[in-house]
Design a protein. Structure first.
Length: 169
C-alpha cells in the first residue's frame, strides 16, 4: 500500500522516474495489478519510452478488454509516439465502440493529421460517373410516352373515435 501511495505522490509531482521505480516494485509483487500497470504506462509515456508503455497498455487491454480508456491511450501512443495512424485509428475506434460518449476523442480523431477518416471496409463505393445520386422510381409510361394516371382511392369516411358508441364494430 505504501509503494502505491508514494508512487502516486511522485506521479502527481511529475517525478515520473521515481514513481515508475515504485510502481515497478509493486508490479514485482502483483504483476496483474491494474492501477500499477496503468500508472507505470503513464510514467513510461511521459519518459518518452513508448514501446515500454505500449507493452503495459497491451497487458491492460488483456486484463480489461472493456475499458475504453486503455484503447484511447493505446491510440494516443501509436499516433503521437510511434507515427502509426492506422493502428491508432483502430484503437480509437475500439475505444469509441466501448464508450460512444467521448466527444473530445471524436473531435480529435476528425482533426488529427494522418488519421484515416474511416476504415476502407466501411467506406461506401464510389458511384460511376453520370449515375444518379439516388435511385429514380419506376414511373409507368403510356404508349404515347406520357405518364400513366394513377388510380384514385375511394373516399372512405374516417372511423369514429372510441367512446360511448365504441368503434362501431
Amino acid at each position: 500500500m505504501a509503494l502505491r501511495n508514494f508512487g502516486k505522490l511522485y506521479f502527481q509531482k511529475e517525478n515520473y522516474e521515481a514513481a515508475l521505480k515504485l510502481f515497478e516494485r509493486l508490479l514485482k509483487q502483483a504483476p496483474l495489478d491494474y492501477e500499477a500497470n496503468w500508472l507505470s504506462a503513464q510514467c513510461l509515456e511521459q519518459l518518452e519510452r513508448p514501446d515500454d508503455a505500449l507493452e503495459r497498455l497491451h497487458l491492460l487491454a488483456q486484463l480489461a478488454p472493456q475499458d475504453d480508456k486503455v484503447f484511447r491511450e493505446l491510440g494516443m501512443v501509436y499516433l503521437n509516439h510511434n507515427g502509426d495512424p492506422q493502428t491508432a485509428r483502430r484503437m480509437f475506434d475500439r475505444s469509441m465502440m466501448l464508450n460512444p460518449s467521448q466527444p473530445e476523442l471524436s473531435a480529435m480523431v476528425t482533426q488529427a493529421p494522418g488519421v484515416p477518416e474511416m476504415p476502407e471496409l466501411l467506406r461506401f463505393p464510389e458511384l460511376p460517373a453520370g449515375a444518379p445520386a439516388f435511385p429514380q422510381p419506376d414511373i409507368p409510361q403510356s404508349a404515347t410516352g406520357g405518364q400513366v394516371a394513377t388510380p384514385q382511392l375511394p373516399n372512405v369516411p374516417a372511423p369514429r373515435p372510441p367512446g360511448p358508441g365504441g368503434w362501431g364494430w
